[in-house]
Design a protein around this ligand. Structure first.
Ligand SMILES: [Zn+2]
Length: 143
């Protein structure tokens, strides 16, 4: 019986390894990554005579702003539409990469859970009996 579950385990591990490899291949295709976020905003110019000052529809823009954290501080830059297209992709790349890494963690944890319980039940049984003896009653003091 032990050998059969070993075979099952090997089969499982192979399929996890396959999925893991797929994730690594996907990672391979990812270009530059950019932390932070890219927002599009329309702004007022500060001139009280400009229609933008009273009509949100007449605000200027859109302007593209890329923001990220640097040494705990928030940093942001305005981008041209061309830069915005480029950095939007970098931000998207980061999201994809994070999703891939999350899946790799997921698969790895499933592999760990596949491997550890089998060993744990083998080794824990004697430990458990010792524990119940210890926590049982002050028989230890009597010795
Ligand atoms: Zn204005």
């Amino acid at each position: 019986m032990g050998k059969q579950s070993d075979k099952e385990l090997q089969g499982k591990l192979r399929s996890y390894a396959k999925r893991y490899k797929e994730m690594k291949n996907q990672m391979h295709e990812i270009g530059f990554i950019c932390p932070g976020s890219l927002v599009q905003r329309r702004m007022t110019c500060g001139n009280p005579k400009c229609p933008c000052s009273h009509d949100p529809e007449k605000r200027h823009g859109p302007y593209y702003q890329l923001s990220w954290k640097e040494k705990g501080r928030s940093v942001s830059r305005f981008l041209s539409p061309e830069e915005a297209t480029l950095f939007r992709e970098w931000v998207e790349n980061r999201r994809k990469l994070t999703a891939i890494i999350d899946k790799m963690y997921d698969i790895s944890q499933q592999v760990r859970d596949c491997m550890l319980p089998a060993k744990a039940t083998q080794k824990r049984q004697p430990v458990r009996t010792k524990r119940t003896q210890k926590s049982g009653k002050p028989s230890q003091n009597a010795r």
